[in-house]
Design a protein around this ligand. Structure first.
Ligand code: DC
Length: 222
């Protein structure tokens, strides 16, 4: 039977994971799975149901009652509806770390993530892909950059999208999310023992993707 390959890309917020993961998936003709979008879609569902994302029990009440997946264009969907724009709102960004810290919600979403990777070649990005979701991934990358550089990237991205934020707000958000993501008790953000760390602070997107593609080639992934 033909083996399925998986590449896990983890790291803190705004370290460039999704940009790089998308390019790699495209080049290798693998499926790109943005697990952060799934936590965001769950958060959006909680807000839409007028539940408090800081209330674990209330947030958990949607487990099994909502369906989060990706459509044929690889857009995130909630109960079959494309919510790719909604999940990028400031309100979702401000609350998603609470939702991502709840164990039962994580288990619910991890089940879908593993199903997606079961019979396909995937590039999956997130925080716990190499340590938990796909702990036997063929290649595990841990992508980092300084908080200042990540805030700067987020700030520029927001400007391009016409969103009004200051650099200070972006830095505050990056630091807050780093803290919550790495201090939760279940599956906190940390590098897998067998991951390869890439510090992207002074690297271009092309340099990062080329480096990962080179390692993937050396490992016989393509
Ligand atoms: O990658 P992102 O910024 O879209 O992720 C949104 C949030 O979800 C972020 O606070 C971390 C969390 N997350 C997680 O805990 N585990 C994942 N596998 C992916 C994202």
């Amino acid at each position: 039977m033909k083996k399925n390959y998986s590449i896990a890309i983890d790291g803190p917020s705004a370290s460039g994971k999704s940009t790089v993961a998308k390019i790699i998936a495209n080049k290798l003709n693998f499926i790109y799975v943005d697990t952060g979008a799934m936590y965001r879609a769950y958060t959006y569902a909680v807000l839409k149901a007028n539940l408090d994302p800081k209330d674990e029990k209330a947030s958990e009440s949607l487990i099994g009652k909502i369906e989060i997946s990706f459509d044929e264009n690889n857009h995130i969907t909630l109960n079959g509806v494309d919510v790719s724009k909604e999940v990028r709102s400031n309100e979702v960004a401000d609350n998603v770390s609470y939702i991502a810290s709840y164990k039962n919600i994580r288990l619910f979403l991890v089940e879908s993530q593993r199903k997606i990777a079961q019979n396909k070649n995937v590039v999956m990005d997130g925080r716990d892909i190499g340590t938990y979701v796909l702990d036997h991934a063929d290649l595990k990358i841990y992508q980092v950059a300084t908080a200042e550089e990540r805030a700067n990237r987020r700030y520029k991205e927001n400007l391009e999208k016409g969103l009004e934020t200051s650099y200070e707000d972006c830095l505050h958000n990056v630091n807050k999310r780093d803290y919550i993501d790495s201090h939760r008790s279940f599956c906190p953000l940390h590098p897998a023992d067998d991951s390869i760390e890439i510090n992207t602070t002074d690297m271009t997107i092309e340099e990062v993707t080329n480096k990962i593609l080179q390692i993937a080639k050396e490992r016989g992934i393509y």
